[in-house]
Ligand binder design. Structure first.
Ligand code: UD1
Length: 430
């Protein structure tokens, strides 16, 4: 068990390099199972969700070779196993992508119901409806999803998503890429990682058009071939470091981003009085003045991302005036507010709303991360707070942030990771 110890109140100066996107990687790595050849995937972040994904792929019979710390080669030519064990799936929400990938390539999949961060009911009904539209028989029994299309194979279909879902869009796109005929997905999610998965599959020989818009058209192909692909930079990791600078103050160059992906976050920070300058693949973020209040509504891309909601709320705790935050995607994503209150934040949450009355100073406190982004938001708050903040349950944070401690230390933050006795940390499914 480890925890972060932060001595806060110091502005940040220097440069931070952004890693590959977690939510793209956890889709693209399972998609490598669909390829009848060798995929070389670059810019893979070193995070525990990726380690878990690679462990699952190896368990299914793929040959996984790390070429260097961010490049992996996956050879899925000899897979003979279509069943993914329960203990691995429980630790990662994105394990549902294995259903689309295995179903597309082999016409069958047996995958345990996914785990992941707990912020409300996280159904997969839209994924299942999509697979059924493509002709698969899907059943959920004893905690496993069984999908089968061995008899007639998958056939392209016109699929209307009842709700915008990143996971369902990506999962159905995978299965459809290797089906017969054309699939149209309407009300598709437009997140950057949806586009990245489509680009990966197209590089391997798929025909997917329209990713990044509401309507994605997929012309199924018989097989995918090997190739090389580089994962996009992580929008949420970059946004989290922008929030760190906004909260703690300073002047930091965030390197290797796609500035267009950052627009929804940049414009909110600008409203709060933070200076953001685009410079090619980099973004400079400068905070000199006190922060100003604003309101935030999370929604699917290109709206403000729900995965940045806790981090921006940490900033609003320190802004002049009262801000309102509406969580428009998940039912229960304010479980962290009690931890912020321990730091002196004035924040009330009720269902999908939080009201934040800014204070001039937060005070360090012992905290427990309760999910990935909430944990990251505690780091944001801890960097700005006066005194010492200790954050337990950091296994949540390490699911999605590559070398968070090293990157923050590189811009002058006083953050260390220390071993702590087991009883300090409450464990829960990641
Ligand atoms: C992905 C991200 C997660 C992010 C979320 C929204 C990954 C691995 N995770 O999660 O970090 O917070 O997008 O940007 O990429 N829904 C249904 N039925 C379904 C699927 C979803 O009702 O079958 C609902 C969900 O309850 C939620 C909304 O749709 O209210 C959006 O969920 P979705 O976009 O599917 O989230 P994930 O793909 O699981």
């Amino acid at each position: 068990m480890y925890k972060y110890v932060i001595h806060g109140g110091k502005p940040l100066f220097g440069e931070i390099e952004i890693s590959g996107a977690k939510n793209a990687a956890v889709g693209i790595l399972p998609a490598a199972l669909m390829v009848d050849g060798v995929c070389r995937i670059e810019n893979v972040p070193q995070i525990s969700d990726v380690t878990l994904c690679l462990e699952i792929l190896s368990g299914l019979g793929a040959e996984v070779r790390m070429i260097n710390k961010n490049t992996v080669e996956i050879d899925s030519r000899h897979i003979r196993n279509f069943s993914v064990p329960d203990d691995l799936c429980r630790r990662m929400r994105a394990s549902y992508y294995l259903i689309g990938a295995l179903l597309g390539r082999f016409g069958k999949a047996q995958v345990s119901l996914p785990g992941g961060c707990d912020f409300g009911i996280r159904p997969i009904d839209l994924h299942i409806k999509g697979f059924e539209k493509l002709g698969a028989t899907v059943s959920v029994r004893s905690g496993f999803v069984y999908a089968n299309a061995e008899e007639d194979g998958l056939t392209g279909a016109h699929i209307y998503m009842d709700q915008v879902s990143v996971g369902a869009t990506m999962n159905v796109m995978m299965a459809a890429a290797l089906s017969k005929g054309q699939t149209i997905i309407e009300t598709a999610a437009k997140e950057p990682h949806v586009v990245d998965l489509a680009n990966f599959l197209n590089t391997m020989g798929a025909h997917i058009m329209g990713a990044g818009t509401d309507v994605i058209k997929i012309r199924g192909v018989e097989r995918l071939h090997g190739g090389t692909y580089s994962i996009i930079p992580d929008q949420i990791e970059a946004g989290t470091y922008m929030a760190c600078v906004a909260a703690a103050g300073g002047n930091v160059l965030i390197r290797n981003v796609i500035p267009k992906h950052m627009d929804c976050i940049t414009s909110k920070l600008e409203e709060m009085g933070v200076e953001v300058r685009e410079d090619g693949d980099n973004i400079r973020i400068i905070r000199k003045r006190p922060l100003t209040r604003t309101n935030v509504n999370t929604m699917p891309y290109p709206g403000f991302p729900t995965d940045m909601q806790p981090q921006i709320t940490a900033c609003l705790c320190l802004a002049n005036g009262t801000s309102r935050v509406n969580e428009g995607v998940w039912d229960n994503r304010f479980r962290y507010v009690n931890e912020f209150r321990r730091m002196g934040a004035k924040i009330q949450a009720d269902g999908k709303w939080a009201v934040v009355e800014g204070v001039s100073q937060l005070t360090g406190a012992p905290l427990q991360a309760c999910d990935l982004r909430a944990g990251a938001a505690m780091v944001v708050a801890g960097l700005a707070a006066k005194g010492t903040t200790e954050i337990g349950n950091i296994h949540y944070i390490e699911r999605g942030y590559d070398d968070l401690v090293g990157k923050l230390r590189g811009v002058g933050a006083d953050i260390t990771i220390i071993a702590c006795p087991d009883e300090d940390s409450v464990t829960a499914a990641g």
